[in-house]
Structure formats: C-alpha cells, structure tokens
Design a protein around this ligand. Structure first.
Ligand code: GYE
Length: 324
C-alpha cells in the first residue's frame, strides 16, 4: 500500500469479499418472526490479544443487537469446544457459531447439530469436512493470502535471500497450516529458506521460549529472519532477541500476522519490520450471516475479510487508528 491515507482508510473498513454462493443453507431453521436470537458461540480460548479482541467484538455486537449470547471459552481444547456445541444443541439455541481450534474432527458434532436443525456458522478458522452441508458458511480471513503477502514482502525486501526461523501457530489449526504452506510455496525457487520451525501455539510466552531455544542453536549470523504466525509470538520473540543482545528489526528481520496496535507500534519503533493484518472484529459480519441463515436466506459459502499490510512506509499513520 503506497498511499498511507488510503491504507488508513482501508484499515478502518471491514471489507468482506465473497466467494461462491450457496442457494439455501440446508441446515437453516426459520425462527419465529421478531424473536430475539439466542446464539451459542464456541470460542477456541484466550491464547492471544487477537483472540481477546475477537471475543470482545462478538460479545459487544451481541449486546448491541439484543442477541442472547451463550459464550463458551474452549481453553485451547477441542474436546471442550465439542462439549460446548453439544450443550448448545441440548439448549435448542437458534444458531451455533464455532471458531474451530483445529481443522479436523468436527463431523460428528456437526452432524448432531444438523440433525437438530440448528444452523452452524464457522467463524475465524476453517474446518475440513467431507460434507459441506454440515455448516451454512464460513466467515473469516484468508490465511493463505496472508502467508503469501508476508513472503512477497520478504522477497522484495531481501532480494529473495535469507535464512528463516519460523514460529508456527497451534498445531493442526487452519491459520498455522495455511500460513506455513502458502509462505513455503511462495519462497520456493528463491534464495529464502526456512532453516527451522517450531510451534509457539500462538502464545506470547511460548513465542519467547521457542525463540530462546532457537538462540541457543543459532547465533548471530546463522539466521536472518524470524517469521511468526502471529503478533503475540513475534512480540515474545523480539523480547528474547533483545535479551540475547541482538537488535530485532535490524540484526534480524521480524515479520508476523494479525495487526495488533502493539505490533504496528513495534514497526514504528523499528523492532518489527512487516505485519499483515488479520481482522478479529468479526461480530457484525458473523451475526449478519447468522440472521440470514436463521431467516432461511442464502449466505456465501465463504466470506473473506480484506486484510491490509503494515511496514515502515505506513505504520506511523496506521497505529493511531488501530482498534485492537
Ligand atoms: O492469528 C492468532 C490467534 O485464528 C486467525 O488465532 C486466528 C489466529 C490469530 O490466536 O493471534
């Protein structure tokens, strides 16, 4: 984004791009007209500041719309999320929203929701299921595009040369899988190589610990770049890099994804070099989709957010207006 004003403007808008359109969600159950909705939301946990902003958006927007939100914090465990969904089914909620911790293992509980005629919207992270009719639609970011945007920025910045340490997100999660694979594909054939890769579970403490372990294995001059799958891990890593007497952002390029205000500020401070946005403020778009599904109207199979990118060229202008 060359024009900082345009970047700013765009970062304020939560644009939704739609891909494909299902004629009618097969799981939809019309609710009595005018009735306030009761929605169950199975959240992954509270692993990152991104996640906290996502939870806040879902809660605030529910309150604004008079939606009764049954919120469940999965505490980083898929089995907790599955039992939350089962509970929502027992309580006959109007719709269920799941932010799935990992991609696989959802068919049985989605089949239960379908049998109970309770529509499901998948939010934030994608799932892998054979039968697409098990959920009404997906609303979130395109993690492959994010991974490719980071790689393209690095290729330009480094002329396609450098040794990368990768801090991966939660093992088996869609953002970890996609941000790795799209990034790895994009650097193929260049002189950029991932020399080591470890999961930091999208957590700041883990990001710091993994980086500390990397710094025992790799000294200054052994690596050039740290690619973190989210800002929290990058913020943990830059702490570890500084503690080891190196200058993050100068001795080592640091790139990550999410767009936390704190990370964009770290670009301004010269400690992080590039951040690709992943918008967590999902409340409005998710409830718009739920309202349609419950009313028996079609929703797109996939609705992607439009995510921006921040580096030294636009971070200063952007930091003031970051909402999370
Ligand atoms: O990048 C990370 C969070 O699923 C997109 O999960 C989300 C990711 C986000 O913990 O910070």
């Amino acid at each position: 984004m060359k024009n900082p004003n345009l970047a700013l403007l765009l970062s304020l808008t939560f644009t939704v791009l739609t891909v494909g359109c299902s004629p009618k969600a097969s799981t939809s159950a019309p609710s009595p007209a005018g009735k306030a909705l009761t929605i169950g939301f199975a959240q992954t946990g509270a692993e990152s500041d991104w996640r906290k902003a996502n939870t806040k958006s879902m809660k605030d927007e529910a309150e604004k719309r008079g939606i009764t939100l049954k919120f469940s914090d999965g505490q980083g465990k898929q089995e907790n999320q599955i039992s939350a969904v089962k509970n929502f089914i027992t309580q006959h909620v109007d719709a269920i929203v799941i932010a799935p911790l990992v991609e696989t293992g959802w068919e049985p509980v989605l089949k239960e929701a379908k049998a109970a005629k309770i529509p499901v919207i998948i939010s934030d992270r994608t799932v892998k299921v054979d039968d697409e009719s098990l959920y009404a639609g997906f609303v979130g970011s395109d993690f492959k595009t994010e991974g490719k945007m980071v790689a393209d920025w690095l290729i330009k910045k480094t002329n396609g040369k450098g040794r990368i340490l990768e801090l991966q997100g939660t093992t088996g999660s869609a953002p970890a899988n996609d941000r790795h694979s799209a990034f790895a594909d994009a650097i193929k054939g260049t002189g950029l190589t991932i020399i080591d890769s470890q999961s930091g579970d999208f957590r700041r403490d883990n990001g710091k610990q993994v980086m500390e372990a990397f710094l025992k294995k790799y000294k200054k001059g052994d690596f050039d770049i740290v690619y973190a799958h989210n800002d929290d891990m990058a913020l943990g890593a830059i702490q570890a890099i500084a503690d080891a007497g190196l200058k993050p952002g100068t001795d080592v390029l640091v790139v990550s994804i999410d767009g936390l205000k704190e990370a964009v500020q770290a670009i301004v401070d010269g400690k992080i070099n590039c951040v690709v946005e992943c918008n967590p403020l999902a409340g409005a778009v998710v409830y718009d989709a739920v309202a349609k599904v419950v009313a028996g109207q079609p929703v797109p199979r996939i609705s992607y957010n439009k995510d921006e990118m921040f580096d030294a060229s636009n971070a200063k202008a952007a930091v003031a207006t970051r909402q999370y």
